[in-house]
Design a protein around this ligand. Structure first.
Ligand SMILES: [Zn+2]
Length: 255
């Protein structure tokens, strides 16, 4: 009880932006004591004896203590490096809910790089994914990882993503998927954070995607390829990077 009150008071007193920085800094200090050889982060290029746990049901060795990369972001980097021209060409790139580690890499590249989030604290640009203020056919690469499941009007968001994607461009979608579900689970009676957590696995999800995520994306006229990129990564590297179990790491390449 006291713990909860203290947490609430902390949230009220310290602004969110500073709280984010505090978490980042504390982890960075912790990372000094976790250096080792068992795990490796491809973003900060440092080795650790363990990664930090992450998630509501804690996933072991999930998050790099130094740069906060996760299983899915480390896999995404392998994919971007090996399968796209993002690090070699001057492309137009749109990145939703930018993961800090990937943002730091991409902003250094010779890209027209636009990062955006509906929350102004989490990106340099405020962008509503259901109403994107960019021209048709504009972006060569759009990165939309673990965003779509949080958007109530999923159809409108996907239509917008398709509209601003250039012909020949690539939209990369990742999300939490329950591969045991044939159909995506949504229930309009589920409203509170607690209910969402119980039913969907995260407190701010609007739905839990099933195997039909492909057909849902295809409905907007996109070509969709499901890629388990862990299959393309060297077996030793999969262990070192810890690339997850596939539930959060599947890549949907939409063109
Ligand atoms: Zn790292």
């Amino acid at each position: 009880m006291i713990n909860r009150l203290l947490k609430e008071a902390y949230k009220l007193i310290i602004p969110e932006k500073i709280r984010i920085e505090i978490i980042y800094l504390t982890n960075k200090i912790r990372s000094l004591f976790l250096r080792g050889n068992k795990f490796y982060c491809n973003y900060c290029q440092k080795g650790f004896r363990k990664f930090l746990p992450k998630g509501n049901i804690k996933r072991k060795n999930a998050m790099c203590p130094n740069c906060m990369s996760l299983e899915r972001t480390r896999l995404l980097l392998e994919y971007l490096k090996n399968e796209t021209e993002i690090f070699s060409k001057e492309l137009k790139v749109l990145h939703f809910a930018p993961e800090r580690c990937l943002f730091k890499l991409l902003k250094k590249e010779k890209l027209e790089y636009i990062d955006g989030d509906i929350n102004p604290l989490l990106a340099r640009n405020v962008i509503d994914i259901t109403n994107i203020k960019h021209l048709n056919n504009y972006f060569d690469i759009i990165i939309c990882s673990h965003v779509l499941g949080h958007i109530p009007d999923e159809k409108r968001a996907v239509n917008e993503l398709k509209r601003v994607l250039s012909p020949g461009g690539e939209l990369i979608i990742m999300s939490l998927i329950n591969f045991g579900l044939e159909k995506t689970y949504e229930n309009s009676n589920i409203k509170t954070a607690g209910e969402r957590l119980n039913h969907y696995g995260e407190p701010d999800l609007e739905r839990l995607y099933g195997r039909d995520i492909i057909s849902r994306l295809q409905e907007s006229g996109l070509n969709v390829e499901q890629i388990d990129y862990r299959e393309k990564v060297d077996k030793n590297l999969i262990v070192k990077l810890n690339l997850g179990d596939g539930c959060r790491e599947m890549i949907y390449k939409c063109t």
